[in-house]
Design a protein around this ligand. Sequence first.
Ligand SMILES: [Zn+2]
Length: 115
Amino acid sequence: MSDRDTLAELIHAAICEDSWEHECLAWDGKCIRAAEQQLAAGVRPPAREITTAAELDALPIGSVISDGADQVLRRVVVFAGQPPGWEVTGDERPVEEVRLPATVLREPTEETSRG
Ligand SMILES: [Zn+2]
């Protein structure tokens, strides 16, 4: 989920849901506009924490995390034809087992993963 959507859902839950504008998330209503304004001002939602192997496996190639041992890891293709793995950034050293919990530092958005 993008930072915009995360912020919009928080704003929506706090402000919109009790009002008649409860469909606003679907049509870029005031909660979406407020989230965009907050992002433009530098506000970011809390970093996402990864606590299970399934959540870890679901992260797309290009994701960057800080693992439970404070290593910064990047999601990469380690062996062609195999599921992606993790390597220490700047080191290209594959990581056999990622220590959890991990914190997502960067997750490619749909826009950036399309290039
Ligand atoms: Zn709303």
